[in-house]
Design a protein around this ligand. Structure first.
Ligand SMILES: O=C(O)Cc1cc(O)ccc1O
Ligand SMILES: [Fe+2]
Length: 439
């Protein structure tokens, strides 16, 4: 698997075309009476037919079998209570307290693939009403083999933390490593293999809309995540009569259907609804070069907009390696209470606001308006240090899923054995230095 060739098309939101056999893409129309090579045309819509031209997304597949050639979907019960698509009092609980989880264990003695290893941490809203989001953790020890996953509920933004993911998609293969992300939108079939063995990562799922690049405003035409650094796969197909299972997440529940051919039989495709990957090391960092701490929105890689301008359903924000040069400034993240929810994870290294306890593969949640900020050790260092220009976050990468929604947590997350009940202690020994006699 790992020796497989991966070729990508570059750009964000482009109209791509790819054919694994020369001449497989019809040249003059989408639906010829008979397609080249006897293929079948099938459209995958990522937006309603009538969405305006600038936001309309769809792809045309030219495939050996129409994907409808499968047996009926039946409930797939395994793992049922650990995936959630409706966040209400029946499924989840709210808590405003600061929460931290130590690294989520990968059950190495258990054979679990990417689908069986999905667990919902929390979320908001409801997939049926196409409003809200979910945050999941995946841990996996085995490849999916002849099982394909397809999510009718939302788009997945996948953040691998340990182990590369070799993702076969209907559009072609994608290899995604820690410090890269992959976005696989709703309805796209994919299978995950694990070239490095046991793997773990985070997933942000949005129930409506799609991820976009943030506007750059006065920054200008370049910077942050540049469109050309996004990579979409190229067509690759297999023609087999083997038994496959299609596992479909629909309204937060899993269903399975059998079919006797590979779902990866797309010989050619064209369109602007396609999965992609992005290497976080390519992010062009912008920050204050004089003084003060900028808001982390300067580190937004992708955003899923709501209908309220500037207020996102979810932003994917990173804290990348960079220079820090601000003078007479408290340089770490400030103390704050935010009208947005902040879920954070760590891919590698150490996060600049926490000296201890926030570890790669772990996570934290600072809910809407819940106070948080740097821990006591970070405060002590930041207030005493020399402010020479320096490096921050070298060899590290942390990220935040920031959302306008209030998240509710699953029982799995709240009662998780890796929950760090001592998290509140991080702030208890912050030195109180108030002196009314000091000018
Ligand atoms: O809470 C956090 O650690 C994330 C964060 C970082 C920062 O630099 C400013 C605000 C913010 O929420
Ligand atoms: Fe914060």
């Amino acid at each position: 698997m790992a020796s497989k060739q991966y070729t990508y098309q570059s750009g964000f939101n482009n109209h791509f075309s790819s054919e694994a056999l020369e001449g497989a893409l019809p040249t003059d129309q989408n639906s010829p009476q008979v397609c080249p090579y006897g293929l079948y045309a099938e459209q995958l819509s990522g937006t309603a037919f009538t969405v305006g031209r600038s936001g309309n997304q769809r792809t045309w597949f030219y495939r050996i079998h129409p994907s409808v050639m499968h047996r009926p979907f039946e409930p797939y019960n395994q793992n049922k209570h650990e995936l959630v698509g409706t966040f209400d009092s029946r499924t989840t609980e709210p808590t405003p307290t600061q929460i931290r989880w130590l690294p989520f264990a990968i059950p190495e003695s258990k054979q679990e693939d990417f689908v069986d290893g999905l667990r919902t941490i929390g979320g908001a809203g409801d997939t049926a009403l196409k409003n809200g989001l979910a945050v999941h953790i995946y841990t996996a020890t085995v490849s999916m083999g002849k099982r394909a996953f397809s999510n009718s509920d939302g788009d997945f933004l996948i953040v691998p933390q340990q182990g590369r993911l070799d993702i076969t998609t209907e559009f072609g293969p994608i290899l995604v490593a820690p410090n890269e992300i992959a976005v696989i939108q709703r309805g796209m079939r994919f299978s995950v293999s694990l070239p490095d063995g046991p793997s773990r990562g985070y997933i942000l799922e949005v129930f409506d809309g799609h991820f976009e690049l943030p506007d750059l405003g006065p920054i200008g035409a370049n910077g942050l995540a540049n469109p050309r650094d996004f990579q979409t796969p190229t067509a690759k197909y297999e023609h087999t009569d083997e038994e496959w299972s299609i596992i479909n997440k629909y309204q937060g529940e899993l269903f399975v259907a059998a079919q006797n051919h590979s779902p990866y039989d797309v010989v050619a495709w064209h369109g602007n609804y396609a999965p992609y990957k992005y290497n976080l090391a390519k992010f062009v960092v912008v920050n204050s070069v004089s003084f003060d701490h900028m808001d982390p929105s300067i580190f937004t890689v992708l955003t899923c907009k709501s209908t309220q301008p500037g207020t996102a359903v979810a932003d994917f924000v990173i804290f990348p390696p960079r220079f820090e040069v601000q003078q007479h400034t408290f340089r770490p993240p400030y103390f704050h209470r935010n009208c947005m929810s902040e879920f954070m994870g760590l891919i590698c290294g150490e996060y600049e606001a926490k000296k201890e306890g926030f570890l790669p593969g772990g996570a934290s949640l600072h809910s809407m308006m819940t106070p948080h900020g740097p821990d006591a050790q970070t405060v002590q260092h930041a207030t005493a240090r020399d402010l020479l220009p320096g490096r921050v976050a070298d060899n590290t990468q942390s990220f935040m899923f920031e959302s306008m929604f209030q998240l509710r947590l699953t029982k799995w997350a709240i009662e998780n054995k890796h929950r760090d009940y001592d998290y509140f202690k991080a702030w208890q020994s912050i030195p109180i230095t108030f002196n009314p006699r000091q000018i």
